[in-house]
Design a protein around this ligand. Structure first.
Ligand code: DGT
Ligand code: CA
Ligand code: CA
Length: 573
């Protein structure tokens, strides 16, 4: 049984959280967190690296001790050190620390004062109104905890797209190797590239007598078989993800793919069109009376109902059907059109790799430019840079650019937007940059009006270019702060500023609807990765997927342009 990098990272994150609740040395806590991030971001499986006898202690943030802990997890599936800590601190408390407003210190108080051990215990305490009695908590905190708990209940069962992707590609690879199997494809929300996925819907075509169903339910990662039939089975995996498999005939492949890609709302709307044309459409094909007129390919299906082909990302019944009828579908942006990345960190702040390594990583992706945008000084936790260190970095960029070929490193910063909307660095240094990315990392709790005005004030600064991760949400982890998005976008338009679509799979911020809103308002977006490692640069594709869900065309995206054009767009009037 192979242990995935994400599982190892989760174990380290759990360890860090429990140690933190315990009040352990912060240095130790940090070490586990950093190791978790390193492992999670590795482009290769740690299991494979160990099998090839690679020295893991050479990885950033991983010493001998952590390397041997990784080896233990790969060998045994668990970590003794974690089990030791779990004897002292209830494991269920980790879930509590993930709720907004509850840090490790507060969780420790909840445990010590009220004997709470897990989410269920927390919920009971909230209902009995016992949280408000605690020193430093109050009725407002209690309400926030209650809100967080109900949100948690709703979101719990949806998994982030990037996590699902790792699981899905392994499963698909395994199914493809079963004798007699022909096509294997994942449909559903996964194919529509939705930011989170409820369950996986895999379609298979195969030769007669192929043992694909048997293979499907006997996969190593399967935890439970929910149902098993000849054409349809459902399992749950160790990760908790549910997977449906459907075996379909080759003549129905396109129709089944179309049907199970959904969305349901899209399907229902198209069925109405079919009915008007006296056609019946289902997962087996498009039928005129008893006769199948289409079904082998998706293109055929669209043609039969009189529509242009609609990309999966658009199939949400958000106007795509009318657009297809009128031949006005957007020509969606694609990854190959991205020419650079406008948000990336180095080890000068909280990134893992050097300036040169990041530049070379971007070059490998075929980019023409990469903006280095490290954190600014007030973000002390990330070792943010002040004017002096930034000037030093600018010199280093000049020297690097003189040496590198085929890639230009742009001078940038991810400058903190302070509580009052001013920027964390002086204009005299911002003036020297190619691009200023501004971001909020504090005062998340301001009112909608105050937060909106704070951001607009930041855009008033003549050197401000791009608002990074505009809502601050972390998927399944932290809600967006409140802002009036339309006002922010209008303010950006008026000032010649832009918004970012952050492609980190935990953020995907803006969401699809906000991207669409920007497009409709004529506001261009930067699709950026916010990379903290060279392999993070590859998150661009998640950003592009999200942008496609928001109907973005190449012209709507800043970084589809060569630098000489982009430069003009960034120059504020
Ligand atoms: P998810 O799993 O919640 O992220 O979202 P989906 O879209 O993958 O939904 P799922 O797994 O329930 O179903 C897969 C697809 O099957 C869905 O996108 C469209 C199709 N489908 C499911 N139920 C219905 C239905 O009642 N009517 C129609 N027309 N299509 C359906
Ligand atoms: Ca699904
Ligand atoms: Ca399903």
């Amino acid at each position: 049984m192979s242990v995935r990098n994400a599982e190892i990272a989760d174990i380290f994150d759990r360890m860090a959280a429990l140690l933190e609740i315990q009040g352990a040395n912060l240095f130790r806590v940090r070490a586990y967190r950093n190791a978790a991030r390193t492992v999670r971001d590795l482009p290769r499986s740690v299991g494979d690296m160990l099998a090839e006898e690679e020295d893991l202690s050479k990885l950033p943030g991983i010493g001998k001790d952590l390397a041997s802990k990784i080896a233990e997890i790969v060998d045994t599936g668990h970590l003794t050190a974690l089990e030791e800590v779990e004897k002292e601190v209830p494991a269920g408390l980790v879930d509590l620390t993930r709720l907004p407003g509850l840090g490790p210190k507060r969780v420790k108080i909840l445990h010590e004062e009220l004997g709470i051990r897990d989410l269920a215990g927390l919920e009971r305490a909230v209902r009995k109104r016992r949280i408000r009695e605690l020193a430093g908590f109050g009725a407002k905190t209690e309400q926030r905890v209650l809100d967080a708990l109900s949100r948690h209940a709703r979101e719990e069962r949806r998994t982030k797209l990037a996590d699902v992707e790792e699981i899905a590609s392994a499963y698909v690879g395994y199914l493809r190797a079963i004798p007699g199997v022909m096509e294997v494809i994942v449909a559903g929300s996964y194919r529509r590239r939705k930011e989170t996925v409820g369950d996986l819907d895999i379609l298979v075509t195969c030769k007669k007598g192929s043992p694909v169903m048997k293979g499907f339910v006997e996969y190593d990662e399967v935890d439970a078989v929910i149902s098993r039939g000849t054409t349809r089975s459902t399992v749950t995996l160790r990760s908790g993800l549910q997977v449906d498999l459907r075996v379909v005939a080759q003549v129905s492949y396109g129709a089944a793919l179309y049907y199970f890609t959904g969305s349901k709302a899209h399907n229902i709307a198209v069925r109405t069109i079919a009915v008007k044309k006296k056609l019946k459409i289902n997962e087996y094909g498009v039928f005129k009376g008893e006769r199948r007129v289409a079904g082998r390919t998706e293109k055929e299906v669209f043609k039969a109902v009189g529509l242009r082909y609609i990309e999966p990302e658009l199939r949400e019944n958000r106007g795509e059907i009318e657009a297809a009828k009128k031949n006005r579908l957007p020509r969606l942006v694609s990854l190959s059109e991205i020419r650079g990345d406008l948000h990336a960190h180095t080890n000068a702040t909280d990134g893992h790799h050097s300036l040169r390594e990041m530049a070379e990583g971007a070059k490998k992706l075929g980019y023409a430019y990469l903006a280095i945008t490290d954190h600014s000084k007030s973000l002390a936790i990330a070792h943010g840079i002040d004017e002096k260190r930034l000037r030093k970095q600018l010199g280093a960029i000049d020297r690097l650019n003189a040496q590198l070929e085929g890639i230009q490193v742009l001078k940038g910063i991810e400058v903190d937007i302070l509580g009052d909307g001013s920027l964390d660095l002086s204009d005299s240094v911002l003036k020297q940059l190619d691009v200023t990315v501004g971001a909020i990392h504090s005062h998340f709790g301001l009112s909608r009006t105050k937060q909106t005005e704070r951001i607009i004030r930041a855009m008033d600064n003549p050197y401000f270019n791009i608002l990074a991760h505009p809502t601050g949400r972390l998927i399944n982890q932290r809600d967006a702060y409140e802002i009036d998005m339309e006002r922010v976008m209008n303010a950006a338009l008026e000032r010649g500023c832009y918004l970012e679509l952050n492609g980190h799979p935990d953020r995907l911020d803006l969401n699809d609807l906000h991207c669409r809103m920007a497009k409709d308002m004529g506001l261009k977006l930067a699709i950026s990765t916010d990379a903290h490692t060279t392999s993070n640069l590859e998150h661009m594709r998640f950003g592009v997927d999200q942008g496609r869900r928001g109907w973005l065309e190449p012209e709507d995206v800043l970084n589809t342009r060569p630098w000489r054009e982009l430069k003009k767009l960034l120059a504020r009037r």
